[in-house]
Ligand binder design. Structure first.
Ligand code: HEC
Ligand code: HEC
Ligand code: HEC
Ligand code: HEC
Ligand code: HEC
Length: 448
């Protein structure tokens, strides 16, 4: 046998041995939730951080009512009959309960079974992420290395319970992008909070996700440790925290005259400035969210006149103006199999008002709240970071308008989930109640 042939045979044998070795190891290495520590274990020493995490959506990403309903009632049934979206049966868990996907517990038991899948995005998930596969973070492309080493933001930290390893990655927005960018089975980025941030002004100035969503302030990282002046608090406030939403958009209303008479034509302008968010508003689950502007004129006798917004004429604009047109038909004919399902009304608000939204369309071109069932977008009319949108309202004053003060009011409202969808699927009302983001007004004198 030549030297080269001997080497080749050697390599083949080595490869065969490796296969046998792996095959032999496989049963012994059967993955279980025991690979991960429970948040309660971390709480023994990290009391303050645990209290914060427990009250953030991270700890409920699998158990929260709407997550449970959407995954079990809509996504799984469709994944089981539509090969195009089959992957989401497992995939949803990559971000909502990463341990379950990692160990292959798919689909995980219902939240009521109180399995460890309920730990959702737990301490040990985030702190055993050791890196990323590829360059762009999306679709849970983390490297998860459960074990004794916990990755954290500081160097030279010692703990009696675990090893600590400094990680640049845990401090970078790319870390958040692992789950805050989502590419669906149609190859579309249906969630792109990290990409929006990256394109926007904050990334250029080095303002990270962690700076706005994990406040750095005095606190004790571990109960037995020294107080830190700039501890990373685990608040993660977002759409479910009214105090985070309130005032995110600043507003001003302008009338084009100080005095007007009935029959006059006037143009009212509303400026909306995204002063606080590092990405578009709304962001993330934009298929569910609604942000809309209500402009009304209240006359001296209390009469209320709703002003419809002027059309701008961009493609897909019809989706940015409130309407009761039947929509979301895919819930009935692609997910739940309800014969003759006609759809649900698109908006709750009075017709003709501006909605800031991204319109997700199903494969049949109809509006959908299923981000996994989205085959195209009709329009992206959201307010970018530090962007100002200006809406105008051309209005002919009614003849019977009483003399005196006319107050023009603009209110910006937000809801997490389309109301008709929430009611139809029996999602608790808190998920669809309208919350005021901001308001502004101006006065005009009506003279004869
Ligand atoms: C969504 C991911 C995520 C989850 C869940 C999470 N952490 Fe963190 N944690 C981070 C990030 C990111 C940082 C660093 C932030 C920074 O400083 O930029 C951090 C920092 C820390 C620190 C160091 C704080 C400091 O300022 O020195 C400790 C300790 C910690 N986490 C413990 C926990 C514990 C305990 C839990 C569960 C109760 C938990 N973490 C849950 C992402 C997470
Ligand atoms: C027996 C106590 C104890 C337990 C249990 C414990 N830790 Fe720690 N941990 C510490 C101490 C002490 C420190 C150092 C704190 C300091 O220096 O301020 C620390 C530091 C950390 C850090 C910060 C590293 C850094 O870069 O600043 C992380 C992250 C962390 N722990 C995660 C966890 C997670 C996740 C769990 C649960 C799986 C856990 N810890 C359980 C005591 C504990
Ligand atoms: C392992 C996946 C994962 C990582 C990593 C992750 N998140 Fe999340 N995050 C989620 C999921 C899932 C939700 C949705 C929870 C829900 O409503 O079901 C969420 C929700 C949120 C929310 C919204 C809370 C609300 O009130 O609606 C904010 C804010 C947030 N994350 C910020 C961050 C930041 C900042 C980072 C990086 C430090 C980060 N996340 C890293 C999975 C992750
Ligand atoms: C300059 C501050 C700032 C930065 C930087 C920032 N955010 Fe936000 N974020 C906000 C504010 C304010 C809101 C509330 C308004 C809203 O929901 O859009 C918010 C909302 C969110 C929400 C909730 C959206 C919803 O509808 O539930 C998520 C998720 C989120 N941010 C994730 C991130 C991630 C991930 C990054 C980094 C890639 C990031 N944010 C960077 C300020 C910031
Ligand atoms: C790449 C990560 C990722 C994948 C995959 C993913 N999600 Fe999410 N999901 C998130 C994040 C992050 C949020 C929070 C975004 C925000 O607050 O705007 C979220 C929010 C949600 C919400 C809204 C929660 C609320 O209360 O507003 C539901 C419901 C949901 N996801 C269900 C699903 C289902 C069902 C699937 C699979 C078809 C899925 N998700 C796949 C990351 C993911």
């Amino acid at each position: 046998m030549s030297a080269r042939a001997r080497i080749r045979l050697g390599l083949v044998l080595a490869a065969a041995a490796a296969v046998i070795l792996l095959a032999g190891l496989a049963p012994a290495q059967k993955k279980s939730y025991d690979l991960f520590e429970t948040p309660k274990t971390c709480a023994q020493c990290h009391g303050e951080i645990f209290a914060e995490w427990r009250q953030a959506m991270m700890s409920q990403a699998y158990t929260h009512h709407w997550d449970e309903i959407e995954y079990f009632k809509l996504a799984i049934p469709q994944a089981e009959k539509d090969p195009k979206v089959a992957e989401v049966k497992a995939g949803c868990n990559g971000c909502h309960t990463p341990m379950a996907l990692f160990i292959g517990d798919v689909p995980p038991p219902l939240p009521a079974a109180k399995s460890r899948a309920n730990e959702s995005v737990s301490c040990d998930v985030c702190h055993t992420i050791s890196g990323i596969q590829g360059d762009t973070p999306f679709n849970f492309n983390y490297v998860l290395s459960p074990g004794k080493v916990k990755y954290g933001p500081r160097d030279g930290v010692t703990s009696p319970h675990h090893d600590s390893k400094y990680s640049d990655f845990v401090k970078s927005p790319d870390f958040c992008g692992l789950c805050h960018n989502e590419k669906n089975p149609y190859g579309l980025f249906v969630k792109s909070t990290h990409l929006e941030w990256k394109e926007g002004p904050y990334s250029k100035q080095g303002v990270r996700c962690q700076d706005c969503h994990m406040w750095h302030a005095p606190g004790k990282s571990a109960d037995m440790g020294e107080p830190l002046p700039d501890m990373a608090h685990h608040n993660f406030p977002g759409g479910h925290v009214p105090a985070k939403i309130r005032g995110v958009i600043e507003m001003k209303v302008y009338a084009d005259a100080e005095e007007l008479s009935p029959g006059d034509k006037t143009v009212v302008k509303v400026h909306l400035y995204n002063a606080k968010a590092g990405h578009k508003v709304p962001t993330g689950s934009s298929e569910d969210r609604q942000l809309w502007l209500e402009v009304t004129a209240v006359d001296a006798k209390g009469g209320r006149h709703v002003l419809p917004v002027d059309r701008k004429g961009f493609p897909g604009e019809e989706y940015t103006i409130t309407s009761r047109a039947p929509s979301y038909q895919d819930i009935g004919d692609m997910m739940l199999s309800i014969p003759g399902f006609k759809g649900l009304p698109r908006d709750e608000a009075e017709e003709g008002q501006r909605v800031f939204r991204m319109a997700y369309l199903d494969p049949k071109g109809r509006l959908t709240i299923g981000q996994w069932n989205t085959a195209s977008f009709a329009v992206d009319y959201r307010i970018g970071p530090r962007e100002t949108k200006i809406e105008s309202y051309t209005w002919t004053l009614p003849q019977n308008l009483p003399e005196g003060n006319l107050r023009i009011e603009a209110r910006l409202l937000y809801r997490l989930l389309v109301k008709s969808v929430a009611e139809f699927l029996k999602v608790p009302a808190e998920e669809s109640e309208a919350r005021e983001v901001n308001s502004a007004s101006t006065d005009v004198a009506i003279v004869y």
